[in-house]
Design a protein around this ligand. Structure first.
Ligand code: ADP
Ligand code: ADP
Ligand code: ZN
Length: 214
């Protein structure tokens, strides 16, 4: 099973990917996470991507498609892939078709998380994650059960993304509207798009996604 989780920044793609990994043993391929790892490690890709990400603009198609290709090459053929935050442009969507074919895979579902634009800024400015295991939280909607302690690993260190500020979020939302949303009709024509109400609770969204995959 190979699926794309599509939706604007803050829609819940990372949160739902983590649930799918846990429930179904799938693998999450998040280009955002890969790029942040490259920035942290100061690789050539990271050095090139950092300023672009800080502005909330899109990193080049060639860079992100190469990251996806490399990660899929390292995966076992039986493990399902969740594409989280990729593809984000028409060129990336074309790249993905070619990359999947090369690895003997095909797309089963494109799941669009539909959310209120007004809710996104609130979701993103309240987002934080565990510095140790990466578990995702939200100040009000999804805080750790015990304040200051990660539910998953017990760490007390948390971090916030430098691009999770209101100004950058506006640019990221505009990039989504202008460059990413236009890839949906192509997938719709292939009959593989399902919409899910991303404003529902995290558990209800997970249930709706599981119903699509069943
Ligand atoms: P979010 O989860 O809020 O949608 P991501 O973590 O997916 O954000 O992406 C963070 C940033 O990384 C983006 O704003 C962009 O600069 C860069 N990025 C991630 N994935 C891609 C992609 N597929 N194409 C171009 N840029 C990307
Ligand atoms: P994306 O990967 O699409 O950018 P995230 O999964 O990182 O989105 O979610 C953004 C923020 O919203 C996080 O702080 C997360 O805890 C919170 N969140 C995710 N799903 C929901 C939901 N269904 N209801 C309320 N808050 C949510
Ligand atoms: Zn943790």
């Amino acid at each position: 099973m190979n699926i794309i989780l599509l939706g604007p920044p803050g829609a819940g793609k990372g949160t739902q990917s983590a649930g799918l990994v846990e429930r179904h043993g799938m693998r999450q391929l998040s280009t955002g996470d890969m790029l942040r790892a490259a920035v942290k490690a100061e690789t050539p890709v990271g050095l090139e991507a950092k300023a672009v990400m800080d502005r909330g603009e899109l990193v080049s198609d060639a860079i992100v498609s190469a990251l996806i290709d490399d990660n899929l090459a390292a995966m076992d053929a039986q493990t399902g892939a969740i594409f989280d935050g990729y593809p984000r442009t028409a060129a990336q969507a074309d790249d993905l078709d070619r990359i999947l074919a090369r690895h003997g895979r095909s797309l089963d579902h494109v799941i669009e998380l539909e959310v209120d634009v007004d809710a996104l800024v609130e979701r993103i400015t309240g987002r934080f994650s565990c510095a140790n295991c990466g578990a995702l939280y939200h100040d009000t909607a999804n805080p750790p059960a015990k304040p200051g302690v990660c539910d998953t690993c017990g760490s007390t260190e948390f971090k916030r993304r430098p691009d999770d500020n209101e100004e950058t979020v506006r640019t990221r939302m505009e990039e989504y509207r202008a460059k990413t949303a236009p890839i949906l009709p192509g997938y719709e024509a292939r009959g593989i798009v399902t919409r899910v109400d991303g404003m529902a609770s995290i558990d209800d969204v997970a249930g709706a996604i599981d119903a699509i995959l069943a």
